[in-house]
Design a protein around this ligand. Sequence first.
Ligand code: MN
Length: 292
Amino acid sequence: MKLVRFNGGRIGLLHDERVFDATAIVGVDPAEWPPVGMLKLIRNFDALRGQLERLPKESAPIENVHLDAPLVWPHKLLAFPVNYLAHGHEMASKNRANINGFFMKSNSSISGPNDPIVLPEVPGREIHHECELGVIIGKGGRHISTADAVSHVFGYCCLIDCTIRGNEERVMRKSYDTFTPIGPAIVTRDEVGDGANLDMKLWVNDDLRQNANTKDLLVDIPNMIAMASSVATLEPGDLIASGTPAGVGPIRAGDKVTIEIERVGRMTIPVVQGRGGSNIAMQGEYAWKAAR
Ligand code: MN
């Protein structure tokens, strides 16, 4: 099943290029704050599944609706650094997900398949794309074993982990608004099948920059879930950015970034220049002294 959010927080089911409106079935008020309708659907999926499979009455061609980020306000957005060996080599970094563990990004960095990546004004810095499989937790829990982990996966999505290269705190460099585009849908685990064998590609304009398969993950999906849940209780809808393969590189205003993951989906995101976003940490020691 492919699940989407659309037209300002409505919940839908994507089937044969049509979006079926499941908002009433799920019992979601699209105007609710915080916008956690998709989390409720994930939490109650077993009970709702039969009704959803019979397809809601109202539907529209996908080109007539505005797709929003399929999931916003997750309880946690976890991310794994250097989780493909070749990416470690290209960064000349000794960091490895199996040695260093995971980090977190701000949930507010999540944006949708129709939202541009808005670049902050950080002169002299490169802002990079990272092509990643997004893993969405279904059943939560603590201390989940690798043997049980896959049963805790609700589904998958395309995810671009944008980052400013530099030495400041990684959380800050990766937490800018729109730095985590996800979508276009959440595809349930049964429909994707083996998450450990998915081709993934990322283009900037027509240039194929990243081309890899999730079988080359250093920390595989079961071990990501075991590691994350050894620290924190996972909740339905928690999102894991599983790490980027080699081929990262700069994006610039005017670019179009396309991500495609086998059996998960494809989306193209424009890159635009925003205003502001620099700060004394980004500007270095001189700016700090001047600000005092
Ligand atoms: Mn990443």
